[in-house]
Design a protein around this ligand. Sequence first.
Ligand code: PMP
Length: 450
Amino acid sequence: MSSNQSLSERDLSVLWHPCTQMKDHETSPIIPIKKGQGVWLEDFDGNRYLDAISSWWVNLFGHANPSINAALKDQLDTLEQVIFAGFTHESAISLAEKLVEITPSGLTRCFYADNGSAAVEVALKMSFHYWRNLGQTQKTKFITLENSYHGETLGALAVGNVALYKETYAPLLMDVITVPGPDCYHREPGESWADYSTRRFALMEQALQQHGDSVCAVIIEPLVQCAGNMRMYDPVYLKLLRDACDKYNVHLIADEIAVGFGRTGTLFACEQAAISPDFICLSKGLTGGYLPLSAVLTTDRMYQAFYDDYQNMTAFLHSHSYTGNALACRAGLATLEIFQQHHIIEKNRALAATMAKAAARFHDHPNVAEVRQTGMILAIELVKNKQTREAYPWQERRGLKVYQYALSKGVLLRPLGNVIYFMPPYIVTEEELLLIADVAWQGIQRAIKD
Ligand code: PMP
């Protein structure tokens, strides 16, 4: 019979895991998961873990969700996958119709890919190609924000700005224009998020003014820079950015791969600024955390710039074998049905308030510089010195200690450096949120010792 140990040994002899220094597993065991149910994961030795980070921010309605399972079983018996060039299928059509309906107005075309990074690649290429089709071949650059993350394929990595992922591969990456961001952790004492975000926008305006002619698009993560330590900013920044992109004739790409599908309190983060981007990138929660799928939605104006006689060679060229996979699309449809039938966005308002309550005690913790929250994302910034906000040296890996402690108590937290965050599935209960907060507190107590 399989056990944690036997599976770990087999795993470590053939596998190579993402975002992992494999040598760490000499001291920190890898955990083979046997099954998932709701917010709980269970390993082969019978230990249970509360999935407080939604398995890398993908899971929305729990593992083994009965209605998504049922939809998938039905799809499995009908059609699993079909080439998406020259052919189509009902689940892909229905999902695209739904996405057009629920995303910000004006986004009327849906292009599928199969993961978040690929969606970013699609949006970048489409934007560039749009300008080229219009004869504006001088537009070849992209503007991005400091501390942003958009994925790890080479194009997506180039428009990201987190050194940990980017630095090593820098010689391989295209040049981008990086603008200091609106991250409100850096606001002055007493300054509001809105004031700081507005003030910081001046730097973006400057960049657009200076480089607009050669820029295809600005790419941003609306409201929360998730992989960049869950740093947050005010919707006013998005409003100002939308206006400026129009003024300087530059596209706006909203990467809602992590923040979409209710994470920030609205179905899409852009709604909080009442803006429509030219491209929205979606993935992760799109399938409820079941299957890899991504979608880029864009405007009719964009679509029309590619629509021409074949001989004119203006067609968009980007293809993945699994584009619009039928099982993944069906999981997406089942996920959107749950949103609708169970009034999830309204319910999440109460849940977000419960999260805030559960984490209230962290505000006064002597090693917490900030507790910040946007909707269903809550982050705790652990520091060496609360007054000066001096960070712990990254080499000390304090966050890792919180991770290890939490696992030993049955909670899966996966801090980003020294930032501990909660991003649970939307079916989490108040009792479970209190457990997460309690374990995080005890984990921090251990992590700050010596
Ligand atoms: N953009 C954002 C904002 C993300 O958070 C992520 C994934 N963490 C990606 C893009 C990349 O998605 P994927 O991991 O599916 O390639």
